[in-house]
Write a protein that binds this ligand. Sequence first.
Ligand code: NAI
Length: 470
Amino acid sequence: LDLSLENKVADMSLADFGHKEMQLSEREMPGLMETIAKYGESKPLKGLKVMGSLHMTIQTAMLIKTLHALGADIRWASCNIFSTQDHAAAAIVDSGMAKVFAWKGETLEEYWWCTEQALTWPDGSGPDLIVDDGGDATMLIHKGVEAEKDDSIVKRAYDNKEFQIVMDRIALSLQENPGKWTRIAKNIKGVSEETTTGVHRLYQMEKENKLLFPAINVNDSVTKSKFDNLYGCRESLADGIKRATDIMMAGKSVVILGYGDVGKGCAQSMRGFGARVAVTEVDPICALQAAMEGYDVVTLDDVVETADIFVTATGNFNVITGAHMEKMKDEAIVCNIGHFDNEIDMAYLEGGNGCTVMNIKPQVDKWTLNSGRSIIVLAEGRLVNLGCATGHPSFVMSNSFTNQALAQIELASNDSLENKVYTLPKHLDEEVARLHLERLGAKLTKLTEAQAEYLGVDQNGPFKADHYRY
Ligand code: NAI
C-alpha cells in the first residue's frame, strides 16, 4: 500500500464531463437530493470515516456527494474490475468529496489493492462505516482478522485464482501492518450492503456467529430489490448486450437462468424487444411465476443447443458449465448479470482446455471451443450491464441509494445495534418511494380517517404488515 497516495483514477481530464453528467442526474435522483436537503445541515455523518466498495459510476458519484453533504470523510473503490466510469471517478476526485481508487479495466491484483487502499486512511486507521456491494470489503476485513488469529490460512495454496490474490494481499498486510485488520474491525460501527449476493454472505456469517460488526441489508428494502433488481435490469441488460454486440433481439431465442427479481426484469426486457424467452429455475415458486407470465420453463439442457443468447441471473455458481458451452450453437452470446463471474464457468474457457480466444473489443471476446464452434462471451462473465454499459439509470439508483444513505445514518446514530443483519423499518421504505413519486407526476390517494381505522393502519402509514410481499 502507498498511504501517501491520495487517489488513483484513469484520467483526470474527464472530470468536467463527469461534473456535467452528475448535474444532469440530479433531477433523476430526487431521493438523494431530498436527503441532502434534509440532513445537510445537521450532518449526521460528521466526523465519521466512510469507505465504499461499490461500482464507481455517475449514480454512485451522487451517493458520494450525498454522504459528503452529510459530513462523512470518504474513501471509495469499485466493486468490480469493469464497472468504473472513469469520468465519474475523475469528477469525484476533482471535487475533493472523496478519495477514489478505481478505474475501468483493473486487474484482479489491482482490484484488491484498490479495496485495501480505500479501507486504509493515511494514518493507517480504517473506516467507521462501510457501504458494500457484494461484500468484498467486508470479506477482506473478516479474512484479515481470521489470518491475524491463524496465519496458516494465508500460507496455504488455493485453486481459486481470485481467492489466492486476496490471501496474498492479506499476507502482505500482515507484514506491513501487524494487527491492522483486528484494529479496523473493532472500530467499525457497521456496514450497509447493497446486493442479494452480499446480503447472502452476511446472513451466512451471522448464522455462524462470525459477523464482527452490525450490518444493514439494504437489498431487501422493497424500494431496492423490487425496483433496482427488477426495473433496473429491465433496462440495463439490453443496454449491455446491445452496446457489446449490436445484436437484434427480436425473434431471437433467449434463455434467462434464474427468475428472481433480476431474472424477472431480464425476461421482461427481452420479451419487450420481441425475443422468444425461456427461463430456468430451481425454485418451484419462481418457476411457476415464470410459467404464469407465459415463459417457457425449461432446463438448460433442453435449450442449450438452440438458444441464441444466454443470461445468468442466479447469484449461484457454475450454472453454465464448460460442457454446456461446448454444446452451444455457433456465435451464441453468453453473459451474466448476477454479482460474481462464477455463474459461467469461465475457468473452463481460460483453463487450458483447448479453448482459444479472440478479443473483438474491450469486454467482448469470441471463444472458439473444442466443438469447433465459437461463442461470444461478454465482460469476461462479469455483470454485463455494468461491464458493457453503464449500469442502471439514475432514477432507480436514487431509490437504492436513498436507502443506503438512510442505512448509514442509522448505523452512525444507533449504538445499540448488535453484530447482526438488520433491515430498515417499513416507514423509511415507504418514505423512499414517496420521494420518487412527484418526479413521475404520480399522485397518492390519502386514506380517510375512517378508512384507516377500518384497515387498522395509521393514516400516514406504514400501510402494510412486514409479511406483505408486494
Ligand atoms: P434472487 O435470489 O431473487 O434470484 C435468484 C434466482 O435464481 C432464485 O429464484 C433462485 O431460485 C434461482 N437459482 C439459483 N440457482 C439456480 C440454478 N442453478 N439454475 C436456475 N436458477 C437458479 O436474487 P436477485 O435479487 O434476482 O439477484 C440475482 C443476482 O444478481 C445476485 O448475484 C445479485 O447480487 C445480482 N444483482 C445484480 C444487479 C446488476 O445490476 N447486475 C442488480 C441487483 C442484483
